[in-house]
Write a protein that binds this ligand. Structure first.
Ligand SMILES: Cc1cc2nc3c(=O)[nH]c(=O)nc-3n(C[C@H](O)[C@H](O)[C@H](O)COP(=O)(O)OP(=O)(O)OC[C@H]3O[C@@H](n4cnc5c(N)ncnc54)[C@H](O)[C@@H]3O)c2cc1C
Ligand code: FES
Ligand code: FES
Length: 477
């Protein structure tokens, strides 16, 4: 274990070292607060502090297949040790008032800024898009900035600027020093687990699965984080002091995708954005759900292990992966077991994952040709909002009759649940509107949802019933 109590990362073209023995920062200081504490990176703004406004967006560069992959993240949701061995880029690194980067220049020339509070965040989201290999279409442009709010300019000029600049890419200031940056990133040792400790906190950053399992075994009381998008809010919003954290975000052997003849296997740490891109055209219901999951900044960081591990009643991936009949691999230091996701959640935020275990892999089988799977999410806004009610259905028809149906709902109970009585009612019946409307009434036997700030009980029941009808209307009579 590396006990130096230091982290190293690249900022402003050089390796920066934070020595936690002699600094004002703690292991759970966010990247946002660190950057704002510097005299030179004040462009990074704090709006909401919870991933909702994008004002704090930065681009992080990481070693990827011999090059650097650049992605946008909300710096308010990143604990400092997570940037170990990475490159942090803010608008100050792109250009200055008399030498604007093409992205900054486009926003200026297309009148994409008024008060300017949101502008650095937009610059960084658009910059991440600019660094992608492809030329994005309008859908991709709007997706890339869906996590950035602007209260005064209006989005049209911002979208125009992004489209223009991404269609006119050139080598830029970051490309020019990429070779040197890569050498700096490679010089940061990622073999031994890093321990950052203060009088009140211990933060472990392992790089290998075996080390993560060992830490989990020795520290079952520690809070596990992968993308931190759930757990960071405990610090930024609730001011909680988390004494022990095991951060598995840099465990490479949990970050992978593998396509087999029968399905996909994703490492628990594989980002939701990577999964979204991979499953397009292959797992449509999952793709559709991930397109309305958080924002790109959130999906770049959040992982499937975190979404399933948190067992939230409104976790978006859960009903979808239940409909696909996904299977989890769960490991501790001595053993490995598989659990069907349908059996994994045992109560409100309770799972079958023990305190010494990790979810390591998620297997999602391809649906058989006769199976129709569709997912739905109802929220107050399309983008960057959590579900009021969500559902995913899996249906097999035979000669117009229901041979098999699964209906999983989120937001209708304390955890994601199957509408067993509705399913039972439909099996063997003609798949027609009349029977579906009768089945919609059965849903009242399956769920007694609560009323909360998001919605009332009655409205939730109506939404759940209407989603079944919508599924029927989209699945062919
Ligand atoms: C602005 C914003 C928007 C969001 N939008 C959505 C949304 O649209 N839909 C949605 O479902 N959620 C949303 N979320 C919630 C959150 O992003 C997701 O639940 C996400 O998938 C969590 O993943 P993570 O890797 O960040 O989890 P973390 O915060 O790292 O961890 C969450 C929990 O999972 C456990 N965990 C993590 N990895 C593992 C593992 N390998 N094995 C066992 N347990 C593990 C941790 O112990 C922890 O309790 C949003 C959050 C924010 C801040
Ligand atoms: S401050 Fe709003 S997303 Fe980070
Ligand atoms: S320019 Fe004022 S918030 Fe966007």
């Amino acid at each position: 274990m590396n006990l130096e109590n230091k982290i190293s990362f690249v900022l402003d073209g050089k390796i920066q070292v934070i020595d936690f023995n002699y600094s004002e920062y703690t292991p759970t200081t966010t990247l946002l607060h660190y950057l704002r504490s510097l005299p030179t990176h004040k462009s990074v703004k704090e709006g909401c502090g919870e991933g909702d406004c994008g004002a704090c967006t930065v681009v992080i560069g990481e070693n990827n297949l011999g090059g650097i992959q650049y992605r946008a993240f909300d710096s308010c949701l990143i604990f400092l040790p997570s940037i170990y061995g990475k490159q942090v880029i803010t608008t100050e690194n792109l250009g200055s008032a008399d030498n604007l980067h093409p992205v900054q220049k486009a926003l200026y020339e297309f009148d994409g800024s008024q008060c300017g509070f949101c502008t650095p965040g937009f610059v960084m989201s658009i910059y991440a898009l600019y660094k992608q290999d492809n030329i994005p279409d309008k859908t991709e442009v709007t997706d890339a900035i869906a996590g950035n709010l602007c209260r005064c300019t209006g989005y049209r000029p911002i979208i125009d600027a992004a489209e223009y600049v991404c269609n006119n890419k050139n080598e830029d200031i970051i490309d020019k020093s990429e070779k040197e940056t890569l050498a700096l990133l490679n010089s940061v040792d990622k073999s031994e687990t890093i321990l950052i400790s203060s009088s009140e906190q211990k933060y472990y950053l392992p790089f290998y699965k075996e080390d993560a399992l060992k830490l989990r075994n020795e520290n079952p009381q520690a809070v596990l984080v992968s993308g931190e998008t759930d757990v960071a809010l405990r610090v930024t919003k609730k001011n909680e002091l988390i004494p022990n954290i095991i951060d598995i975000s840099q465990v490479k052997d949990l970050k992978f995708e593998k396509e087999t003849s029968d399905g996909f296997i994703f490492g628990a740490n594989y980002s939701l954005e990577d999964i979204r891109q991979t499953c397009e055209g292959k797992l449509d219901a999952l793709y559709d759900m991930l397109c309305v999951f958080g924002s790109r900044q959130i999906r770049n960081r959040a992982c499937l292990g975190g979404n399933l591990g948190s067992a939230s009643p409104i976790g978006d991936a859960i009903p979808v992966l239940m409909a696909y009949d996904a299977e989890l691999t769960i490991e501790n230091i001595n053993a490995k077991r598989t659990v069907k996701l349908r059996d994994f959640i045992t109560g409100y935020r309770q799972t079958k994952c023990n305190a010494d275990e990790l979810i390591t892999e998620i297997y999602i089988p391809f649906p058989t040709k006769d199976k129709i799977i569709k997912s739905y999410k109802i929220s107050k806004r399309k983008d960057l909002d959590i579900a009021t009610v969500s559902a995913c259905f899996s249906l097999i028809l035979e000669a117009g009759k229901v041979k098999n149906i699964y209906a999983f709902y989120g937001g209708m109970a304390a955890w994601t649940k199957r509408a067993l009585s509705t399913e039972k009612y439909l099996i063997g019946k003609e798949w027609n509107r009349n029977n579906v409307e009768l089945a919609m009434k059965e849903l009242a036997n399956d769920f007694k949802p609560i009323s909360d700030a998001r919605s009332g009980e009655k409205a939730r029941q109506i939404m759940a019933a209407n989603l079944l009808l919508k599924f029927w209307s989209e699945s062919g009579e």
